[in-house]
Every structure is written in structure tokens, then in C-alpha cells.
Design a protein around this ligand. Structure first.
Ligand code: FE
Length: 132
């Protein structure tokens, strides 16, 4: 993993849109079916919207019906970090960008083949680059 990015919250606030800041830095969640990548079926790569770290390939994307972009796996295990999240009276596993520490979403074990996992990621936290 490349060097970690260390920025103050006020620096992030200047660089990110208010929506991105709310999700990536304040661990917010976008409304389901509101995000631009939820139904994207194009071939390409999804990167962290804050730092550009490569996170997910379109090959791992599946239609979960939840209203958020869903992936069976990251590009590689060290491309994302996970942490226990006990907020909102639930026990969940948070997914973070290891490079910038940004909040991406959560991972659940009710996913699709082959891993059975569902990485439930906010569209706002992702940049998509189409590839042939
Ligand atoms: Fe990042």
C-alpha cells in the first residue's frame, strides 16, 4: 500500500463537496437509489473519490437491489480496510479507504457469489473510470 494521506478535516472540507465530506469524513450514508453509480453497468474501475485509491472493479459489481453500489470483493484485500462499527445500535463492519482513511460504506455477508460478501458502498465516495 502506498503512503497514507494525512490531511486535517479543514483541508478535506476545502477539497471535497459537502456531500462527499459528509460521507467520507463524517461517515454519513447517501439515500438509497440516489447515487449515480448504483445502476452503472459499464466496465471500468471505481476509485476513492477523495484520494484516487483504486478500490473495486466493475467485474465484482452486482445488482443487490439495496439502492447502493454493491461489490462482492475489492480489487485486493489490502485495497480496503475494515473496522467494527457499533453506531446506530447496530453491529456492522465499516469499509474504509486505507490510503486516506475515508469512510466508504459497510460490508455484509449476505452478498453474491463467489465470495458471498456484499460491499455496500456510497456512490458519493466513488469515482468511476470507464475502461474497454
Ligand atoms: Fe481514499
Amino acid at each position: 500500500m502506498a503512503e497514507k494521506i494525512k490531511k486535517s478535516e479543514s483541508e478535506w472540507k476545502k477539497e471535497l463537496t459537502p456531500e462527499q465530506f459528509n460521507i467520507l469524513r463524517e461517515k454519513g450514508t447517501e439515500r438509497p437509489f440516489s447515487g449515480k453509480h448504483t445502476n452503472n453497468k459499464k466496465k471500468g474501475i471505481y476509485r476513492c473519490a477523495a484520494c484516487g485509491n483504486e478500490l473495486f472493479l466493475s467485474d465484482a459489481k452486482f445488482d443487490s437491489g439495496t439502492g447502493w453500489p454493491s461489490f462482492t470483493a475489492p480489487i485486493s484485500d489490502d485495497m480496503v480496510e475494515t473496522e467494527e462499527d457499533m453506531r446506530h445500535g447496530m453491529q456492522r463492519t465499516e469499509v474504509l479507504c486505507p490510503k486516506c482513511g475515508g469512510h466508504l460504506g459497510h460490508v455484509f455477508d449476505d452478498g453474491s457469489k463467489p465470495t458471498g460478501q456484499r460491499f455496500c458502498i456510497n456512490s458519493v465516495a466513488l469515482d468511476f473510470k470507464e475502461e474497454d
